[in-house]
Design a protein around this ligand. Structure first.
Ligand code: IVH
Length: 710
């Protein structure tokens, strides 16, 4: 064991000496940690270790601003925090669009070329690399030091798994010659061999056995006790980056090479391809190698290689335009359909679910699958045309189960030769199995829906579950299970009740949460605090949380950015209720809002009972104004712009995205609310209408000049 000097008097240190001493201690403790935890070969005694740590803390207390990003006082060894902290990603973590067919890969290339205004024969290269089936992780390095690791979470906010990430050998804790700020993104995964060995150990110890390497990796990374993570053999491939203070290189492929030089594991099956045919060839190569890689992959990812083009292509709401996942074909299996059950969703839809004799499909045991709707069971599509050659599905049938990636397994086909003699056609219920109200199917709707509204317990519970889900209110300690219990007991009947829970069941009340089974002083206090914190919430989350039909996360964000505040939004919904007039036209003019969604919006706010429930909720919240993502000096922020005619310097799609990125609203039609018309050659009726209305008209050059990009 080596001796460590800890005897220079802390009070005598000046700032420079303190900084140096903190650096020295960080290094010593880092080494000691690695030696102890990773190599099982301690280099100092526990007492020495503790003395160093105390010294480090004492210096930090004297010079708080010198505390390092990688301070040993924040590291493993300290008591684990309860739950994971949240980290807002400096750049959103995106997911990928999926395709399955070669033709769709060619379409992707066409789309990219079209967006960029490139001809079919101009050179355009892509990288093609395996899509690792694990979970994504973002690693933030500042001054070459790993200071933060976060899971993807909802893309905007992830979980802080820094301690856990530090235990993964493939993840360097320090980098040499890296940009000052560098977020490295990649996939955490577990190899087949390590997975088998882990399950063996788990089984022997009577612990949980994991279904597949992906689940094992996720379960191992998301351990509150980083010491458990350390004992799990996790690996990491870097495939991209988030925020960086300087570009790593000019291309995707070169940037990966630089990440490799910095010490990250890079997948060696990555290739640069000069077009869709080469991409498909490499896809086949990767698929052929799939079985011998030793880890799970579920497809191939293509990315535009040139980073300048990536920047022009940019992102849709959750996926980049410059990348695409080409998934391996879905996996199939045959099994017996034991029973058809009906679930009632938050919008009242009666959804048939197949209860199956358990069967393994692509390494995952499946015992439930969706049957979509009553037409699907009967063997016809929405227009009455036959599907599966018109074969219906009955309880007792042998059915083919289909699973692709993360999607819910589906029943795809039925084997009539194995149909039991006594099987009879399935009778789809005409009343809600949960509340007994009539279940009605409206014209043009594929689902039969319960008409019970708020009196239907299934709808109420599903609404509440949706309300607390991750992309909605996401309240720590209040998940689907808790909400269901609270509903059963009558403690929470509608979203507003969540925010009065403490008033009714908090300290000093006759009945208290902390005395309930499964709860205690601490968990009750934590829940009240989490609820309290979630009162302040972005408008987009509220709009999504309301669970209005057709209003998903993307639409909620679109609406929030368009209207900005709740007051403006709700006034506009009231104004649009007659489904005509300026407010209605504005609503359906928003890009991404169709008539169907607009109708769903205005009708749900116009229903007295539902509206009263929403008003009760909103009165208890502090809804944040939708953040203007535009730079403060944007000349077009908040303006409504219409493009017409041919643009010559960029495609229409690119122009629209740019304008939106600068905070403008882009509309398809000219009205009295239009601020600006950008007209290229060939502009017709829109230009005339703009002139009539006195709307300012610019040509493309003037428009680019206005943006400072001419
Ligand atoms: S690129 C902005 N490359 O797949 C682009 N993703 O389905 C972000 N994944 O969330 C992703 N291997 O967790 C990329 N070589 C690879 C990947 C990969 C696995 C995961 C990643 C992502 C998910 C999207």
């Amino acid at each position: 064991m080596r001796r460590v000097t800890t005897d220079i008097d802390i009070d005598a240190l000046d700032r420079d000496q303190a900084r140096q001493e903190l650096a020295r201690l960080a290094k010593l403790l880092d080494r000691a940690d690695a030696a102890y935890h990773r190599d099982d070969a301690p280099v100092m005694s526990d007492a020495e270790y503790d003395a160093l740590k105390r010294r480090n803390t004492a210096i930090e207390e004297r010079f708080p601003d010198l505390k390092r990003g990688d301070s040993p006082s924040d590291r493993v060894g300290a008591t684990p925090a309860e739950g994971f902290g949240k980290i807002r990603h400096a750049r959103r973590m995106m997911s990928l669009g999926n395709v399955f067919e070669p033709e769709e890969v060619r379409d992707f290339d066409d789309y990219v070329r079209k967006y960029l205004g490139m001809s079919a024969d101009a050179s355009l290269t892509y990288t093609a690399e395996p899509k690792i089936d694990g979970l994504s992780l973002s690693l933030r390095y500042e001054d070459g030091v790993l200071i933060q690791a976060a899971t993807r979470g909802d893309g905007a906010v992830g979980e802080d798994v820094t301690r856990n990430a530090r235990t993964i050998e493939d993840i360097p804790t320090r980098l040499e010659n890296a940009p000052r700020i560098l977020e490295v993104r990649g996939e955490v995964y577990m190899s087949h061999a390590d997975f088998a060995a882990l399950n063996e150990r788990q089984r022997a110890a009577g612990d949980k056995v994991f279904a597949n390497p992906r689940n094992a990796a996720a379960g191992s990374l998301r351990q509150l006790d980083a010491e458990v993570t350390r004992r799990r053999p996790l690996r990491f491939f870097a495939y991209g980056w988030g925020e960086t203070s300087a570009n790593l290189a000019d291309t995707q492929s070169e940037s990966l090479r630089v990440l490799g030089q910095l010490g990250f594991a890079i997948n060696d099956m990555t290739r640069v391809c000069d077009g869709p045919e080469a991409m498909l060839e490499h896809y086949n190569r990767i698929e052929a190698a799939r079985g011998s890689l030793g880890y799970d992959i579920d497809g191939v990812v293509y990315k535009v290689d040139d980073l300048a083009l990536q920047a022009r292509l940019g992102f849709r709401s959750t996926t980049p335009r410059w990348a695409m996942a080409h998934k391996f074909p879905a996996e199939l299996a045959w099994t017996q359909l034991e029973k058809i059950e009906i679930q009632v969703g938050r919008t009242g839809a009666l959804s048939p679910v197949a209860r199956l004799h358990p069967v393994t499909v692509g390494g995952v045991v499946v015992s439930n699958a969706t049957l979509h709707n009553e037409d699907y069971i009967a063997g016809r599509d929405a227009d009455g045309a036959p599907i599966r050659d018109g074969k219906d599905i009955r309880e007792g049938d042998w059915v083919q189960v289909y699973r692709a990636g993360d999607v819910i397994p589906k029943v795809a086909d039925v084997d009539l030769s194995r149909r039991p003699a006594d099987a009879s056609p399935y009778q789809f219920p005409q009343t809600c199995p949960e509340c007994g109200s009539a279940a009605i199917r409206e014209e043009g709707d594929s689902a039969r829906r319960c008409t019970g509204g708020l009196i239907c317990p299934a709808q109420a519970v599903e609404k509440l579950k949706h309300f607390v889900s991750r992309a909605a209110f996401d309240i720590e300690g209040l998940g689907a299970k808790q909400v269901e219990q609270f509903y059963r007991d009558g403690w929470i009947k509608e979203p507003a009740d969540i925010f009065t829970l403490e008033e009714r069941f908090g300290p000093g009340q006759p009945r208290q949460l902390k005395n309930r089974e499964g709860w205690g002083e601490k968990s009750a206090t934590n829940l009240f605090a989490a609820i309290h914190d979630s009162r302040r919430i972005p408008l987009s989350r509220v709009l999504f949380a309301l669970g209005i039909r057709h209003v998903g996360e993307v639409a909620a964000r679109t609406l929030a950015t368009h209207y900005g505040t709740w007051t403006v939004f709700i006034r506009a919904m009231d104004g649009a209720a007659p489904q005509e007039g300026p407010d209605w036209n504005e609503l359906i003019g928003i890009d991404g809002v169709g008539k169907v969604m607009a109708r769903a919006l205005v009708t749900s706010f116009a229903q007295p009972a539902e509206r009263a429930s929403i008003d009760r909720l909103v009165a208890l919240l502090e809804i944040e104004e939708a953040r203007q993502t535009a730079p403060a000096d944007s000349p077009v922020a908040g303006k409504t712009i219409v493009f017409t005619g041919t643009l010559e310097r960029m495609t229409r799609a690119e122009a629209k995205d740019r304008a939106e990125a600068l905070g403008a609203k882009v509309s398809g039609s000219v009205s009295s609310r239009t601020d600006l018309l950008v007209a290229g050659p060939g502009a017709g009726s829109k230009a005339r209408k703009a002139a009539d209305l006195g709307v300012e008209v610019l040509d493309e050059e003037a428009w680019l000049k206005l943006l400072g990009q001419a």
